[in-house]
Ligand binder design. Structure first.
Ligand SMILES: NC(=O)c1ccc[n+]([C@@H]2O[C@H](COP(=O)([O-])OP(=O)(O)OC[C@H]3O[C@@H](n4cnc5c(N)ncnc54)[C@H](OP(=O)(O)O)[C@@H]3O)[C@@H](O)[C@H]2O)c1
Length: 211
């Protein structure tokens, strides 16, 4: 499939590597394509770099891997038609960049995931990948077994597609229901970060234990 990833940071590159390994064609969308020349050269023939506009048009599936506080701005700069009917994987977290230390900008009765779904009403947004660090997003290896990726979204068929991707990437999944559950998944990222800050280690993930 053609995967359009908006963003050029660690998350965009980690997920791009996973999709390329799966045999997909990938385009990274950035404001500055030049800075990704080395990435493109190393990533091979199935990898491309483009503007956000080109990337949104290119992808049959889109991934949001932009800075959380810039994500709505990026979406609003694009033609909403480019999102229509597509699965949009939202890996973002609304981490404030105007205060010391990690803090969420949205919470309790709304979330970035919900705001994104409201901004692209005809897209099928699935929140995923936001509760683990970029290095573990593809082929996670943990001594305590396979970790769990939580997913949320209003469209069941979109979630099924994302669960297949997660399975291919090496994850177990737990479905939390509609996109509203983003308001619980985004604080989970703060749990992940807070543990990292206290322990000084950044290679951990959540696992849901069931009987
Ligand atoms: N890092 C992690 O381990 C991790 C884990 C889980 C979730 N997340 C979430 O995933 C998203 C991406 O994280 P990241 O660490 O890869 O990158 P980041 O540093 O949070 O995001 C930077 C990306 O956002 C793009 N962007 C577009 N417009 C922007 C603007 N106005 N201001 C700033 N950046 C803008 C930049 O693209 P260009 O400059 O190329 O246009 C760049 O690729 C974030 O929402 C983050 O909270 C991160």
């Amino acid at each position: 499939m053609r995967i359009g990833i908006l963003g050029s940071g660690d998350v965009a590159k980690a997920l791009a590597a996973g999709f390329l390994k799966r045999g997909d064609d990938v385009m990274l969308g950035t404001r500055d394509p030049e800075k990704l020349a080395a990435w493109k050269a190393a990533a091979g023939d199935r990898a491309a770099v483009g503007s956000s506009e080109r990337t949104a048009e290119f992808g049959e599936i889109l991934v949001l891997a932009t800075h959380g506080m810039a994500t709505l701005e990026v979406i609003e700069s694009l033609d909403e038609g480019a999102f229509a009917g597509k699965v949009v994987i939202d890996a973002t977290n609304p981490i404030r960049n105007d205060v010391e230390g990690p803090r969420l900008a949205i919470g309790f009765d709304d979330s970035l995931g919900e705001r994104i779904q409201r901004a692209v009403r005809r897209a099928r947004v699935v929140k995923a990948f936001n509760t683990v660090g970029a290095p573990e997003m593809v082929s996670p290896q943990f001594a305590d077994g396979q970790p769990t990726m939580f997913v949320a979204g209003d469209d069941d068929s979109a979630k099924d597609e994302v669960k297949l991707i997660l399975r291919d990437f090496g994850w177990g999944t737990a479905d939390l229901g509609g996109i509203e559950a983003s308001r619980y998944m985004e604080p989970m990222c703060m749990t992940w970060v807070t543990y990292g800050l206290r322990s000084g280690t950044w290679h951990h993930a959540f696992k849901l234990l069931t009987k």
